[in-house]
Every structure is written in structure tokens, then in C-alpha cells.
Design a protein around this ligand. Structure first.
Ligand SMILES: Cc1cc2nc3c(=O)[nH]c(=O)nc-3n(C[C@H](O)[C@H](O)[C@H](O)COP(=O)(O)O)c2cc1C
Length: 193
């Protein structure tokens, strides 16, 4: 698969087969993704891969965090319980939850550099995985801004920043592409002062 095809044909995957990706394959993907640009050669990405029984730690921490954030509060107890069950079942259907995080920097410039670099790393992961027939969903969540969640997974919000959570596995289905805007609408050519 060439670069053009990987970029244009990659889709965010939201349903996965049960089968786990072999650890050496995941490791190869992460290693190759490490060629992402990184100012001051900091390679700021850090990963926690929750898989098999380890998914319990991530899923339970996430559910308790949503609970603390009042996510289920509007609903009656019975409805909320059903909703929680549904989310948990869905999360356990995903073979790998890859939490990508970095050390926080006090200097906003360095913080943004590192955040940008980790984002480039994540997109590399998505493209490399896609070229191997592996699906990824890059996810964000309000829980990644909640102290308790960090503590439950062994991080601390003062020193760490979660950049994204990558759900990974072999795709069960591939969605239709969502068309992109013509780039002419986004570009301004500045040629004269
Ligand atoms: C920072 C970031 C966070 C995202 N968070 C979510 C998410 O929480 N849930 C989700 O379904 N998709 C999430 N996405 C994926 C986008 O929805 C997806 O890229 C978009 O719908 C375009 O689809 P495509 O990637 O298949 O082209 C996220 C993407 C980015 C870059």
C-alpha cells in the first residue's frame, strides 16, 4: 500500500473482530510510528496497552470516571444501569485499548510541541496499522481531564497529559468515507506584501 492509498483509504473503525493482534505486530507498528517528527528529539509519546484481562482496569476506571462526571445522572437508575452495561459490553468487544500520553511541560511552547509530536505519532500508528489490515479509532473523552481517572490507571494529572485513546483490532466492518472539503476553500496564497 502506498502513502496516498493509506492516507485516503484509512477509515476510523468502530467495530472489531474478537481476535487479538499479536504483540510483536503492535510493537512493530509503534516502533515505525516513532519516526514521527519530534522537536529536541524528545520522543514524548508513552503508551499503556490494555488488553485481555487488563482491559478491566481501563474500562472500570472509565466507567467510574463517567459516573463521577454525572454522565448517567439524568437517567433513572434502571435506564442508567442498562446504558452502563451497553457501554461496558461495547468496550470489552474491543481487543486493545492503547492509551497514548505524555509528560506535561510547564512551558506552553514545549507543551504544544510535544502534543503535536504525539499527535503525529498517533496518525503514523493509524496509517501503518491500516496498511497491515488493522483498524484504529482515535478517541477522546472528558474522563481524560478528570483527576480520578488518571489515578485509577496509575498516572497523575499534574504531570501527565492523555493525548488520545486508540481502540485497535481487526475491523469487522469498514464505514463509508466521509468526503473532505476542497482544499481551495482552506488555502490563502499570500504573494504580495
Ligand atoms: C482528536 C480526535 C478525537 C476523536 N475522538 C473520537 C471519539 O471520541 N469517538 C469517535 O467515534 N471518533 C473520534 N474521532 C474520529 C473522528 O470522528 C473521525 O476521524 C472522523 O469521523 C472522520 O472519519 P475517518 O477518520 O474515517 O475519515 C476522533 C478523531 C480525532 C482526531
Amino acid at each position: 500500500m502506498d502513502v496516498k492509498e493509506a492516507i485516503a483509504k484509512r477509515r476510523s473503525i468502530r467495530s472489531f473482530q474478537e481476535q487479538q493482534i499479536p504483540e510483536h505486530v503492535l510493537e512493530d507498528i509503534f516502533q515505525l510510528a516513532s519516526w514521527a517528527p519530534t522537536h529536541r528529539m524528545k520522543e514524548p509519546w508513552k503508551l499503556k496497552v490494555f488488553q485481555g484481562k487488563g482491559r478491566n482496569i481501563y474500562v472500570k476506571a472509565l466507567m467510574r470516571s463517567y459516573e463521577r462526571l454525572g454522565f448517567f445522572h439524568q437517567n433513572q437508575t434502571e435506564k442508567a444501569e442498562k446504558m452502563k452495561q451497553g457501554i461496558e459490553t461495547y468496550l470489552f468487544s474491543i481487543p486493545h485499548h492503547v492509551l497514548v500520553y505524555m509528560e506535561k511541560e510547564e512551558d506552553p511552547l514545549k507543551m504544544d510541541e510535544d502534543f503535536a509530536s504525539v499527535s503525529a505519532f498517533i496518525q503514523n500508528v493509524q496509517l501503518i496499522a491500516w496498511s497491515k489490515g488493522i483498524g484504529v479509532l482515535w478517541t477522546s473523552s472528558p474522563c481524560y481531564y478528570e483527576n480520578g481517572f488518571y489515578e485509577e490507571i496509575g498516572l497523575h494529572m499534574k504531570g501527565h497529559k492523555i493525548v488520545g485513546l486508540l481502540q485497535m483490532g481487526f475491523p469487522k466492518s469498514i464505514p463509508e468515507p466521509k468526503p473532505r472539503t476542497a482544499i481551495q476553500e482552506k488555502v490563502e496564497w499570500v504573494e504580495e506584501g
